[in-house]
Design a protein around this ligand. Structure first.
Ligand code: SF4
Length: 493
């Protein structure tokens, strides 16, 4: 029986290994190839080493400089499941030709196989996420009554956009599951310290206690805590931000999901069960199910569908390099309360929820014309749940509108008014979200108008942008706003 090589994001029991034995590889050069967040490397190493400890004698655990060296050391062919990046895919296909890899089997990490997605995509002109999500709900029989959605509607998104509760510093959701570090974590921390000190490993971000599940047992405990205690409060405020509450009622399951510790279907089914048990309302459950078997799987498939060059698309001609303060997560140099807090969250944890990602970091980057490929790399390496397949659609498509509208019908840019409505940041900020010129002009509000002015030609013909584009002509001070934002240059706001 041929041994199964499991990659570091294929660590749950649904990556079936039968009785064939397992190979796990820790590649030192893969860890140092990019400037990753320190806590991201910790999570990956801890997950790999914990899996090896769980598997015991049935696993061969190799520490090598490269994957090629590990295969040579093993000295026998392996079977693999489809890896999750173009680079890794090309690697295993080359080894398939050389005989070191015996087979590349469809990955059980996602609910839909690539050939099934290709059939669904067919010759559709647009691959609409909403259509895909309905297809998934029907196919997986999630929140369905025959062919109809439970409750009569497919999406409860309009009920899930509440601002944060007024006058509260936190949402007040029950605490999420927190793992307890063990000897394996201590060893990982020592190794990372040593590699940084002696071997030139470069990381970014702060070290800190491990916040996310890295074993199957921890992942199941985190899932259980979420669906029984936090899911009920997830929906209404899922888009809201509070500076004193970074977790809100979010699941914090993206790390164990992307490490392959949980299968997306089991996660979605458990949430649906919570609704059936009366533990969580439909709007919250539907919003969560849409994230897991809708958006997440859609992003996985369009990664392969759009191809390797997708992440270099740049239809907004954004060519500004990421300034060092942004690249290095120097949150303390930022006065803008929203951006400073969110950048600090990335520095301290490598994780903020989807709205700070999209409407603070992504919005800022779009307004300043940051290069989308560089920005994709930044999100991929700075976020503990970022992977090659995750970020192109989220950054190039959704957040930067750099793909000519293949993913989203309009750019996700906004002024300070949106951030003011959806957070408690503006009250404690030296800027005023209503002002667009002057010392206290909000850089998001001014940046929004400057963005529209700079990209007017590129957005012309986009019906959803017609009103905002028209609106800029009513501003008597538009020229002043544009000049002010140019003068801001690359300095932190
Ligand atoms: Fe952010 Fe502007 Fe609000 Fe300050 S005023 S927190 S910069 S949106």
């Amino acid at each position: 029986m041929t041994r199964r090589w499991l990659f570091a994001d294929q660590l749950g029991p649904h990556f079936d290994v039968g009785r064939s034995g397992v190979l796990l590889v820790e590649s030192r050069s893969a860890l140092g190839r990019r400037r990753y967040h320190r806590q991201k490397l910790h999570l990956i190493l801890s997950a790999l080493r914990h899996r090896a400890a769980d598997l015991g004698d049935s696993a061969v655990y190799l520490r090598a400089d490269t994957y090629g060296e590990a295969l040579a050391e093993l000295g026998e062919p392996v079977r693999v499941y489809e890896p999750t990046s173009f680079a890794a895919d090309a690697f295993v296909r080359r080894r398939l030709e050389s005989g070191e890899v015996e087979s590349v089997d469809p990955t059980p990490g996602y609910s839909l196989r690539k050939d099934e997605f290709a059939t669904w995509a067919g010759d559709r002109r647009r691959l609409r996420m909403d259509d895909f999500y309905r297809f998934q709900r029907l196919r997986l029989d999630l929140l369905m009554e025959g062919a109809d959605p439970v409750g009569g509607r497919w999406s409860y998104d309009d009920e899930n956009r509440e601002p944060p509760p007024k006058g509260r510093a936190t949402l007040g959701a029950p605490a999420p599951y927190r793992p307890r570090e063990d000897d394996i974590d201590a060893e990982v921390r020592d190794d990372l310290d040593r590699w940084e000190r002696d071997e030139g490993l470069e990381t970014v971000g702060a070290d800190g206690p491990r916040l996310f599940a890295v074993t199957r047992r921890e992942a199941l405990a985190a899932l259980e805590r979420f669906v029984t205690e936090r899911l009920a409060g997830f929906g209404p405020h899922e888009d809201a931000m509070l500076k004193g509450d970074w977790e809100m009622a979010h699941s914090l399951l993206s790390v164990p999901l992307n490490l392959g510790l949980l299968s997306p279907v089991e996660v979605a089914e458990r949430a649906v069960q919570a609704h059936a048990d009366g533990d969580a309302p439909l709007a919250s459950v539907e919003g969560f199910v849409r994230q897991v078997v809708g958006w997440r799987e859609y992003v996985w498939h369009v990664y392969w569908h759009f191809g390797r060059t997708y992440r270099r698309r740049n239809t907004m001609a954004a060519r500004t390099s990421l300034p060092p303060w942004f690249d290095d997560l120097e949150a303390d140099s930022v006065d803008a309360a929203c951006l400073g807090d969110v950048l600090g969250g990335v520095r301290d944890r490598g994780w903020v929820h989807h709205i700070p990602r999209l409407m603070v970091l992504g919005n800022w980057a779009a307004q300043r014309g940051y290069d989308p490929d560089e920005l994709t790399e930044w999100f991929q390496t700075r976020f503990v749940d970022g992977y090659d397949w995750v970020m192109p659609a989220n950054v190039v498509g959704m957040s930067q509108h750099a793909d000519g509208g293949a993913m989203a019908t309009k750019p996700y840019v906004s002024g300070g008014a949106y951030i003011d409505r959806m957070s408690d940041y503006c009250g404690g900020c030296r800027y005023d979200p209503k002002k667009r010129v002057g010392e206290d002009a909000c850089p998001f509000t001014a940046g929004y108008w400057a963005y529209l002015d700079r990209n007017a030609d590129r957005l012309e013909g986009n019906n959803r942008m017609a009103r905002p584009l028209q609106g800029r002509h009513r501003l008597k001070d538009l020229h002043e706003v544009v000049e002010q934002e140019k003068a801001r240059g690359d300095d932190p706001p």
